[in-house]
Design a protein around this ligand. Structure first.
Ligand code: HEC
Length: 156
């Protein structure tokens, strides 16, 4: 009995993981990775925005850390996470990616480029005090909005 219970304790979580992986379609996996990629952007922009606004105290090291993370994200190639068949027209309720991402891929890539350019400037400015950080964060934020306006639906 004791051995049976121990075996169950080991098998049960594994069975759960296997089932979970099976239940997720290839498209759902694409969406999950894409949303995680954007979540990471948000997680690093949050503290930078708060510092720029003075909601939390400016700290050069922290600012540089988050700017460096954004630069790492900006150098990552996310195109596999924009696979065909994964817009909100294909998967309502699961993603906010507008079909425009596929009908106007050059537009999407150009918004991505704007983001990369602004992040490079942010990386130079982040450690130079709140006065330097503020405008640079504002510019990056503008590139987030620029892409959201054209390629992200307001709601699911
Ligand atoms: C090149 C276009 C583009 C850029 C640049 C961009 N985003 Fe987005 N973002 C999107 C799209 C499209 C979605 C919707 C993804 C989905 O639902 O599949 C999204 C979703 C998000 C989400 C929600 C993720 C979730 O949980 O579903 C957050 C947070 C986010 N973006 C933050 C940011 C921040 C912060 C920036 C700038 C630092 C940024 N984004 C720059 C296109 C962009």
């Amino acid at each position: 009995m004791r051995h049976f219970l121990m075996a169950m304790a080991l098998i049960a979580p594994m069975a759960y993981v296997a089932q979970d992986a099976q239940a997720q379609s290839a498209e759902e996996k694409v969406v999950e990775a894409r949303r995680a990629y954007f979540k990471l952007m948000g997680a690093n922009m949050g503290p930078l925005g708060a510092m720029a606004k003075g909601n939390i105290e400016y700290n050069a090291e922290t600012a540089q850390l988050h700017a460096g993370n954004l630069a790492a994200i900006a150098s990552y190639n996310p195109t596999p996470h924009f696979a065909a068949g994964t817009s909100n027209a294909d998967m309502p309720g699961k993603t906010r990616l507008l079909p425009a991402a596929f009908s106007d891929t050059p537009g999407l890539l150009s918004k991505l480029k704007d983001f990369q350019t602004a992040v490079a400037a942010l990386q130079d400015a982040a450690g130079g005090g709140r006065e330097a950080l503020g405008p640079a964060v504002g510019k990056v934020g503008g590139t987030c909005k620029g892409c959201h306006d054209d390629f992200r639906a307001k709601d699911f």
